[in-house]
Design a protein around this ligand. Structure first.
Ligand SMILES: Nc1ncnc2c1ncn2[C@@H]1O[C@H](COP(=O)(O)OP(=O)(O)OP(=O)(O)O)[C@@H](O)[C@H]1O
Ligand SMILES: [Mg+2]
Length: 442
């Protein structure tokens, strides 16, 4: 009987020259098995691992020593393969896509091809499995599909925007006619609410269209103080009384250049989210003040030292955002609300608008306590910054200028809370901007 030992084929004590070739071939094949990026596994019919190549070690993190002899489905946190969509075909082959768990608890998606191995009598003895890691390509595929969905929404929106404007025009005309009539003060307020919202509805639908196509629009100097006050006027009328709305707006806010409808949309989206986070009531606070980036060398911030921004802070005392999802809130279609209540487009639109204004947005939150969004809008024209002197050496400075009363939570305070994107104090804005930019490039 012949046996393969140490890569040399022997029959009794005689070494057969041909055996060297066989051994060499087997050695080459073993090297090839280890060189391939695929995970190659052989399991027996009780699901115990008999062979585990280097590719499997690299993909799953377990060495061959650790894996061999273990139950494959327990090791990779799988249910039985027979519950997977592809069962062995008549030819003894099977191809399925599976989610598996690695040694360090990462989830990987693999394309798995299996083949039944049989002995000379045709009796099945084991199963050869070749798993290719497709996690990255699946991620790219889902991003691509998401981008396609966004494009479809853009096309749909452009189709209805014309009709919607036709519907809105008579509504606006009616509010103008009614306004000329005598009416109670409260009724007039309701009418104003109707008019402002009808006007903004037109802006919003155009905005939805721009979300897929890239956000542009007329840019004019904006005094955020007026815009915030107008927004708060509307919110006070439409939000439940259980939510108190407080504002602290500096009297000398610098003028920014941008699109007023878009910035209004940012405020409405963030405030509506705050309302949704306080179903049993609470406090919504909107603050705004001038701020100057310090540009500390350690910050990594790519903005110029001394660049001027208007900071709008929107904070609530709502349910907060759990750490596991805070990185996802700016993603299109990410929503924790019931499908009917949230499209998940609110914050992705907000991010796009802030980015289009070359601004930065950050979020920090503490579940059970509340959430705070900070939006920094740059002041493009230094002349519009007036005579207000840069006083801050911090990065970025939250020091209010021209307002009285206590300031909101400082960077050091929010440091211990959930933040997105997760960064160290003082780097908040850098990372947020980098993230915003990378999204824009996609
Ligand atoms: N202030 C907040 N407090 C708690 N969670 C928030 C807050 N703002 C946003 N979120 C979370 O972020 C998710 C995404 O928000 P986003 O505005 O993008 O979508 P949405 O509000 O769910 O839907 P839409 O805005 O399209 O109606 C929300 O579903 C919620 O889980
Ligand atoms: Mg929302």
């Amino acid at each position: 009987m012949s046996a393969l030992t140490g890569g040399v084929q022997r029959v009794g004590e005689t070494e057969i020259p041909n055996g060297r070739l066989v051994a060499e071939l087997l050695r080459t094949q073993a090297i090839m098995l280890d060189q391939t990026h695929d995970a190659i596994i052989v399991r027996d019919y009780t699901d115990h691992i008999l062979f585990w190549n280097r590719g499997a070690e690299r993909l799953y993190g377990w060495s061959a020593n650790e894996a061999i002899g273990k139950n494959m489905y327990e090791l990779l946190s799988l249910t039985s393969i027979y519950e997977a969509p592809g069962i062995f075909a008549e030819n003894g082959e099977c191809a399925v896509e599976m989610r598996q768990v690695t040694k360090d608890s990462r989830q990987v998606i693999v394309e798995s091809r299996s083949r039944v191995l049989r002995d000379e009598t045709g009796h099945p003895t084991s199963v050869l499995i070749v798993n290719t890691d497709v996690t990255e390509s699946k991620l790219l595929e889902s991003q691509f599909l998401r981008a396609q969905r966004m494009e479809t929404i853009g096309r749909l929106a452009s189709g209805i925007v014309h009709d919607l404007n036709k519907v809105l025009s008579p509504m606006l005309l009616a509010t103008r006619i009614l306004r000329a009539k005598k009416m109670e003060r409260e009724d007039r307020q309701w009418l104003d609410t109707l008019k402002i919202n009808a006007e903004h509805a037109g802006g919003l639908i155009t905005q939805l269209m721009s979300l897929a196509r890239g956000i542009e629009g007329e840019r004019t100097p904006i005094q955020l103080r007026h815009l915030i006050q107008e927004t708060v006027g509307v919110l006070k009328r439409v939000f439940p009384e259980s939510i108190s709305i407080k504002t602290r707006i500096a009297t000398d806010l610098w003028t920014i250049v941008g699109n007023a409808t878009h910035v209004y949309q940012v405020l409405v989206n963030v405030c509506v989210n705050a309302r949704d986070a306080m179903p049993r009531g609470g406090a919504l606070t909107i603050e705004a003040h001038n701020t100057v980036f310090g540009g500390a060398p350690s910050s990594g911030y790519d903005g110029e030292k001394g660049s001027r921004h208007v900071l709008i802070k929107v904070s609530d005392t709502g349910v907060g955002i759990p750490a596991e999802i805070i990185d996802k809130v700016f993603e299109p279609f990410f929503s924790t609300k019931h499908a009917k209540n949230g499209t998940g487009l609110g914050l992705s639109t907000v991010l796009r608008i802030v980015t289009t204004h070359k601004g930065v947005i950050t979020v920090s939150s503490e579940p059970g306590t509340g959430t705070e969004f900070k939006m920094f809008f740059p002041v493009e024209d230094p002349a519009s910054a007036g005579n207000v002197e840069a006083t801050s050496a911090q990065l970025p400075s939250d020091e209010p200028q021209g307002i009285s009363g206590e300031d909101g939570p400082r960077e050091a305070d929010v440091n211990t809370k959930n933040q997105s994107p997760g960064q160290r104090p003082g780097r908040t804005n850098t990372a947020a901007r980098a993230k915003a930019q990378s999204r824009k490039q996609r």
